[in-house]
Design a protein around this ligand. Structure first.
Ligand code: SAH
Ligand code: TYD
Ligand code: ZN
Length: 408
């Protein structure tokens, strides 16, 4: 196995720091009876020696991940709906202030963010290749193009709608390996004083909290301020602002602009200094992360086996994409977690990729309550634990594994 690859941002050498082995696609929930058709790839991560960008060693072709049946629906969480309403309000106050502003969002999913803007009559366009969720956005009155965002699409948009004051992407830009094409598109589409705003999981949080389950096929890049700043500069844009967000286990919202168009905020240098002080991509830090991942696997497996051997029953909560990495890397089968409950209709009745744990509807959780619930949707812990207070009152216990394995 080669343990280097070529950086998709700068063509430098990417040095591997952790190998999860053969993994299935995290959102490829399987129809029972069709388990022979699964796609596997080698999932390993590395950091570029030149630009520090952390990335997967192998790219999965996009049509395998994002298609008509892509099951992830953004509006499943109340907290995320509130987050994106707030985001839309902020864009309205700060960027969409001209006489006829125009915003393009790529990866708009079911329209969770654009809905607020569409309701206010703001000129907008969502670009979303996954047909099922794109249809949900359209049903909400959102203007959406069912395609992958790329340079040719950006050019078409300019021809039809003119330049964008804001280009926005949440939990999407880090999914796209072909950044050179995206940046050409963004540069062409963005108005001279416009901003490209995107938010994605923060690699510093992943390392600090050992949230290794953020690593799966769709998450090609693991952004940090240093790597994003270099990436922007190499592709003709400038990083002018950063903001830490609490959602999805800790993210950063990056704001890029045409060079010289905006004065960079002091927040950029501040967060950059923090990454440097913590030696975020130093080989020792990355090795330490790998050791922590192995420690989590050992402790989680030991706990689940002990519960099983004592006759306890564990149910998974939230058939997240993240859970695929935990399940398949740790080797957690239906003998350890009998099923996973999830609110997403498209996941219910299916089996998790790889180790085939059944996914069931939420009401199965209380029918009867298990002894333990393994919280795969740990990023929604507050929302879920508040909703499931009765489980705890009935004597049930939550199992968490981020930042460490514990029972609460
Ligand atoms: N913005 C939403 C959805 C994130 S999931 C949220 O934060 O909840 C990532 C989305 O990006 C998926 O809906 C996927 O179909 C879409 N996507 C992947 N590649 C894309 C591309 N090249 N252009 C536009 N959307 C893309
Ligand atoms: P999420 O953690 O947002 O993302 P990812 O799949 O990228 O790891 O996924 C949340 C999943 O958890 C989604 O399948 C819906 C499910 N869910 C519930 O079943 N109940 C809940 O109360 C919430 C908030 C989510
Ligand atoms: Zn690089």
């Amino acid at each position: 196995m080669p343990d280097t690859s070529q950086c998709r941002v700068c063509s430098g050498t990417v040095e591997q720091f952790f190998d999860f082995g053969r993994q299935p696609l995290a959102d490829a929930f399987v129809t029972p009876g069709r388990t022979g058709e699964e796609f596997f790839y080698r999932m390993a991560v590395g950091a570029c020696r030149t630009c520090t960008m952390v990335q997967l060693m192998e790219e999965v072709p996009r049509q395998h991940m994002f298609h008509e049946d892509y099951p992830y629906v953004s509006s499943g969480s109340t907290v995320m709906r509130a987050h994106f309403e707030k985001t839309a309000e902020r864009l309205l106050d700060t960027e969409l202030t001209g006489p006829d502003p125009f915003i393009v969002e790529f990866g708009c999913n079911d329209g969770i963010m654009l809905k607020t803007l569409a309701d206010r009559g703001i000129r907008h366009l969502g670009v979303e290749p996954s047909g099922g969720v794109a249809d949900m956005a359209a049903a909400k009155g959102i203007r959406v193009r069912k395609t992958f965002f790329e340079e040719s699409v950006a050019r078409d948009i300019v021809a039809a709608d003119g330049h964008a004051d804001v280009i926005y992407a949440a939990n999407t830009f880090s999914h796209i390996a072909y950044v050179d094409d995206i940046f050409r598109g963004v540069r062409e589409l963005l108005a001279p004083t416009g901003v490209f705003v995107f938010e994605d999981p923060y690699f510093l949080e992943i390392v600090q909290r050992t949230s290794f389950d953020q690593i799966y096929d769709e998450h090609f890049y693991f952004f940090a301020v240093r790597s994003v700043q270099e990436m922007a500069a190499r592709h003709g844009l400038e990083l002018v602002d950063v903001e830490r967000l609490q959602v999805h286990g800790g993210e950063v919202r990056y704001t890029l602009a045409h060079p010289g168009a905006r004065t960079p905020s002091p927040a950029v240098a501040e967060l950059l200094a923090e990454e440097e002080a913590r030696e975020l991509t130093h080989p020792d830090t990355l090795r330490g992360f790998g050791e922590s991942v192995e420690g989590t696997r050992e402790r989680l497996l030991a706990l689940l086996r002990r519960i099983r051997d004592e006759g306890g029953r564990v149910v998974g909560y939230g058939a997240t994409a993240k859970s695929s990495t935990v399940i398949n890397y740790c080797g957690i089968g239906p003998d350890l977690v009998s099923f996973i409950c999830d609110t997403t209709p498209a996941k219910q009745g299916r089996l998790t990729p790889g180790l085939h744990i059944p996914v069931r509807e939420p009401k199965a959780f209380a029918d009867p309550y298990p002894d333990y619930a393994l919280l795969f949707a740990w990023n929604h812990a507050d929302e879920i634990m508040a909703k499931e207070r009765e489980f705890r009152q009935a004597g049930g216990r939550w199992i968490l594994y981020v930042p460490e394995v514990r029972v609460v």
